[in-house]
Structures are given as C-alpha cells and as structure tokens.
Design a binder for this molecule. Structure first.
Ligand code: ZN
Length: 677
C-alpha cells in the first residue's frame, strides 16, 4: 500500500432541512469517524471535514411552508445536527456550513476560475416561470396532475404517489405553488459543465485505475459512464444560494450540487491556513465518505470539476455505503419512519456506543441492510454485555478482590497462555487490514474477537476455582487478562470511544497509541486499578417494545395516506429483464415441511421438468388447495437448500400492504412452460 504523508477525510455534508437519523450515522458518519480515529491513533496527519449543506430548493420550500426565511431553517438544523454529531462522538476537526462567507468566496472563485478558462458552455433553454410572483420555478415549485395515476398533487419532478419520475411539462394542469397561477415557459440562460468532455479521462481514471473501489461504487460509476455523460447545468434561477459571479446572471445562483462539494474546500480553509497542502499536494490521500445517493457527485462530477480547475488532487477512494432500512421499510422523513438521533439520546442516555456498535455491526456496506430494535437489543445484551462487559467486569473485580486492585506478577506461562498472548497482535493486524480496506463491519468483528478471546480464556482457566489450590497460577491468569483489557481499550477505541475512555479510567491507562496494541506488558505489576463500574447494561424487553410501539404509531398515523402502492423500483434494461425466466407451471403435489409453520414443499410441472420448490406460503394456503393450480414461477432462480430440501425456483405471489399473499396465475389455462413476458 502506498504511503501518504497526510489524510484528508471528508464526510457528506448533511442537508440542513431536517434532523439526523440512524441511516445517516450508519451510512456515512460512523465509518468516517472510525477511520479518522484509527488514523489519529496511528499518529498520522489527518483532518476530518464536514458541515451543513445549506442551499437548494427543498430548504426554500420548507421555509415557505413554515413562513420563515431559508436562513432561519438552516440556522435551526445546523445547530441541531452539529450537536447530534458531537454527542455521538463524531470527531470532525470542523463542522462548517455553506452559508458562511468563506464558502461564498471559495465557490465564486472556483466558478470564475473555470469560467475564465472557458470550461463552461452557455445555453438558453425554456423553463417555467411564474408571472405573478416574477420568478422562475424549480421543478418542486410546480404541481399538477400525474399523467400516470391521476394524483392531483404530483410535483414537477416526481409523483410521490406512483413513484413516476416526471418533468414539469408532463403534468396536466400545472400550477405554481407560489402564486397558484399557471406557469408559462420563458427563456433563460445557464452555464453547463461539459461532462462529456471528461468522459474518456473519467473512464480511464475510474474504470482502469480504481478497480479497487467497492463494487457498488465502481458498478454505479461504470453504469453512468457506459450510458454516456451529458453537459450538466451548474446554475439555477433561484434567490437562495451563491450568486453566479458574472454579468448577466441576475437572479441566478450556483446549482447546489456544484456548490456543496466545494464546501469541503472552504471548510478546510476555515480550519487551517495550511489548507492547500491537504488539497493540492500529491502526498495527501483524500477519501470521501458518502451514501450511495451521492456516488455520481463524488466520483464523476466533483472529480471533473477538480480536474477542470487543475490544481487539486482527486479522491483516492470513495467508500460509499448503501442504504439502511428500518424494521423492513425505507427510512422516510415525511412518514416519520426513522430513529432520530436526538430522540435516541433522550430515550437511551449515555448509550451512544451501543448505537454506534449496532450500526457498525449491521452497516449497509455492500447492500441495503435493515436495522431492527430486536437486533439492537441482541447486539447489546449478547455481545456488549455478555462478552465484552462480562470479561472486563470479571477481570477487574477479581483483581480487586484478590490483589486489592494491584496488577499481579506474571509467573511461568503455559503454552495456552502464550497462544493467547500472541493472538492479540494477530487480532490487531486483522483489524488494520479490514479498516484499511474500508470493511468496517469486519473490522469490528475482528476487534470484538479480542473480547471473545479474553472471555474464553477466563472461562477455560477458571481463576475463581484455581484460587483455592494454586494462588501463583491465578496471578499469571489475571495478569494476562489485564493485558488483554488494556489492549481492548486501544483496539476498540475507534468503535466505542465513550466506553473505552471509561474503561481506561478504571484501569488507570492513558495510552491510546495504535502501535502499542499487541504489546503484552502494557500494565506493569503493582499498577493500581481503580474501582470498576459496569461497562454496559442489559436492555430490557420493555424498552424495546416502547420503541417498536412508537414506530407502529407513526405507521398508523400515516395510514389514511397509506393506501398508495410502494414507490416504483429503479428502471432495469430490457436485456436484464429478459434474463429472468418466468413461466407457467402446475402444482402436482403439495405438503407442509415438517417442523415448520410457513413452508410448503411443492412438486411442480414446469413444462421442461418436474421439480421441487419450497415456498414460505403455508400460513396462507392449505396444501390440498394448491394441488392442480396453475401458477407462475421464476424458473431460473439459483437453487437454494431450505430445511435440507433443494428448492429450484420461486413461485410468484402478489403481496398487499398487509402482507396478504395471492397467487399470480394465468386467467386462462395455458400449457405448462409458457413463457411470461
Ligand atoms: Zn402518479
């Protein structure tokens, strides 16, 4: 791995029109914080940059809805979010904001630099204009009837009822949300960044030189590049944002996607007069932590901007995460389907590390993942309490009881002792390897292996029994357990900073240098251990049910509007669609899978063969009712072994919003194996 002189870590600027939830933490800020803490402990020169993204249409809309100024909106959420980050120990060196003067200057200069070099193209286009309010209308300011589902409150960019993506000209009876009048088309001038010009370079830079990027990131970039890049407007007609700094640009601001990433640069300027070495020296490694919705901006557009400017370095990696869902459903601000950080802190005071742990352990690193309160409870009770907390507590309490809190001498060690001691360094190395390849879940699991090692060591060597027969041996055992404890405070520090600080204060240990991890004499004989407390507490069922009830209440309050179908999925190509072999088949035999409640084993005739499919439908269908039915199946799904039975394919069902399942069958009988297309 190439050695760099310094690191520049950026974390996606959260949008200042609402509070933060667990999806934000899991996707971006917990991983970026772990990585930053790790580098700091290694003594690297690292700065971690973040701030509020305070421009763009949703903020002006929210302000209009509340009857306040956009500035009031961003002031409110900047403070709330800054505080939430601080309370969760997210260790930015600066949390800036894009409404700062330094950002206006930096973004203006950046635009002018590209403008003077002739990097932009100018284009006149027709856009909707509100003649009563004398203003151009962003897509979100235009509402009308959806041509697809008839929803009368569809926006100019999307119908939220059927999920169709729209443009304002698609709407039936469009009207301005500002004055209610019918918008007219008017010509307007904008500046465009010709991304097509950078396409060959981007292809080489990403597709050839950054094959090590995460597959979800690389894949999304490839798909954008394969489709071909188009020039993209960098300005908008809006009165909130950084004004376009040229003549004939009255009423125009920099488009928020252009101004927001420059926010990283202005925040660095605000942090240090030495900012240029972080942004312009090839010896700096820049890493962008973001969520998947930001991949195109950080991997394609921002690099093209930096390249066009010419004096900046490019990101070395962009370890974007997928999305975190909540209890099986997409996190949604408008439906209040979220766990808000400020509410979590009020409900679980002092338990920041439990959430950090739980979110890292189930982080959506390679695919969307689900947060459930049950799993949160299990992670706390079965891992933090039962493994880490238990080990530390036993070690410290026994030391207190047997040796009055003084670290005992280590005598002759057994081969088992030596094995345990040498394992510490290996664990450290595993954690390093995982962290440096941005695999944080794996890194956390490896780090917890040290607690598992300690817990098992105590359980196997049973000092509480041995004390009756061999007091010298117990000294050695506890000395080793204490060395593991000290090592834990180093190796787990990036993940659980609050708890490890607490633990260090109990063992009177102040070192947190990463390179000390693996050493087996961190606590010398005679070193005093303070009176320990409890590192983690059990979380009871009632606390979990309270959270689940809160979510169910949100769901219920949304129900009147909840008759809408689930939003449409992302488009797939026709080629991708035709890869799926969907055909008709007839059920020949059906029986319940023994010792299960949900599974049916079905023998079906697919027209090409007779095969077995195991399906989770037993709660909805009696076996005898299935026999003879003509159904639809996915015939080329990879086979899976379920309860020891090989299942080849999947039966298609329609599922309504209450989870009720209905068979999808042809309306008339057709021959088995008829293709569905
Ligand atoms: Zn619609």
């Amino acid at each position: 791995m190439k050695k760099y002189k310094r690191y520049l870590i950026t974390s996606a600027l959260p949008y200042a029109n609402g509070p933060l939830h667990i999806g934000h933490l899991a996707g971006v800020y917990v991983p970026s914080d772990i990585f930053t803490r790790y580098l700091r402990m290694k003594g690297e020169d690292v700065i971690s940059i973040c701030g509020s993204d305070e421009h763009g249409v949703p903020i002006t809309l929210k302000a209009r809805n509340e009857g306040v100024t956009p500035q009031e909106i961003v002031d409110r959420y900047h403070e709330i979010n800054k505080k939430a980050f601080m309370e969760f120990g997210i260790a930015f060196d600066i949390y800036s904001r894009t409404s700062n003067k330094i950002h206006y200057e930096t973004a203006s200069d950046f635009f002018l630099n590209l403008y003077n070099k002739g990097e932009f193209t100018e284009k006149v286009s027709e856009q909707y204009y509100d003649e009563e309010a004398s203003t151009f209308l962003a897509d979100r300011y235009i509402m009308g009837t959806c041509p697809r589902c008839g929803n009368e409150s569809a926006y100019g960019d999307q119908c939220e009822k059927c999920g169709t993506s729209l443009s304002p000209s698609d709407l039936i009876n469009p009207h301005s949300t500002i004055s209610g009048s019918k918008p007219v088309l008017r010509e307007t001038l904008h500046w465009y960044l010709p991304l097509d010009k950078y396409e060959p370079w981007l292809k080489k830079w990403i597709l050839e030189q950054h094959k090590e990027w995460k597959t979800n990131v690389y894949g999304q970039c490839k798909s954008w590049l394969d489709q071909g890049l188009q020039p993209r407007a960098v300005s908008r007609d809006l009165d909130w944002g950084v004004p376009v700094p040229v003549k004939n640009a009255k009423g125009k601001v920099l488009y928020v996607w252009f101004d927001a990433p420059i926010g990283y640069i202005s925040a660095t300027k605000e942090l240090t007069p030495d900012w240029e070495k972080y942004w312009k020296d090839k010896e700096t490694k820049m890493i962008h932590f973001i969520g998947k919705d930001n991949i195109v901006f950080h991997c394609i557009i921002f690099p093209a901007m930096l390249k066009a400017e010419g004096s900046f370095i490019l990101p070395d990696n962009v370890p974007a995460n997928e999305f975190l869902n909540l209890e099986g459903d997409k996190i949604s601000t408008s439906r209040n389907w979220a766990v808000w950080l400020h509410e979590y802190l009020a409900d679980f005071p002092g338990k920041q590390d439990v959430l950090r742990y739980s979110l890292c352990a189930s982080a959506p690193e390679t695919k969307d993942n689900d947060f459930t309160w049950k799993e949160f409870q299990a992670r706390n009770n079965n891992e933090l309490v039962a493994i880490l907390g238990n080990f530390v507590n036993r070690t410290l309490v026994l030391t207190k009881n047997y040796y009055d809190g003084k670290v005992p001498e280590r005598g002759r060690t057994t081969p088992e002792d030596d094995g345990v001691l040498s394992e510490i360094l290996k664990i450290r190395q595993n954690v390093e390897t995982s962290l440096e390849s941005y695999r944080f879940r794996e890194a956390l699991k490896e780090a917890m292996n040290l607690a598992r090692l300690g817990n098992k060591y105590l359980a196997d060597s049973e000092p509480w029994k041995v004390i009756k027969t061999d007091q010298e041996r117990v000294k050695t055992i506890l000395n080793i357990a204490l060395q593991i404890t000290a090592n834990l405070t180093i190796i787990l520090e990036p993940f659980l900073p609050f708890s490890m600080q607490k633990l260090r204060s109990w063992i009177n240990f102040s070192e947190v240098k990463w390179d000390q991890a693996g050493e087996t004499h961190l606590l010398m004989p005679g070193h005093i251990i303070n009176k320990p407390g409890l590192l983690f507490e059990k979380i009871e069922d009632e606390e979990i049910s309270r959270q689940v009830d809160k979510l169910l209440a949100s769901k219920k309050s949304n129900e009147p509007a909840g008759t809408a179908a689930i939003t449409a999925k992302n488009p797939v190509s026709f080629d991708d669609f035709t890869k799926i072999d969907i055909r008709t088949a007839t059920v020949l035999e059906a029986e319940k899978v023994p010792k299960t409640t949900k599974l049916l084993r079905l023998k079906i005739d697919t027209g090409i063969d007779i095969r077995t499919i195991v399906s989770g439908i037993a709660e909805y269908f009696e076996p005898q009712d299935m026999i003879g039915k003509q159904i639809s199946i996915v015939a080329n799904l990879e086979s899976r072994t379920i309860k020891g039975i090989e299942s080849k394919g999947m039966i298609l069902m329609a599922e309504d919003k209450n989870g009720k399942l209905v068979l999808v069958s042809p309306l008339e009988k057709v021959s088995n194996g008829s293709m569905i297309k």
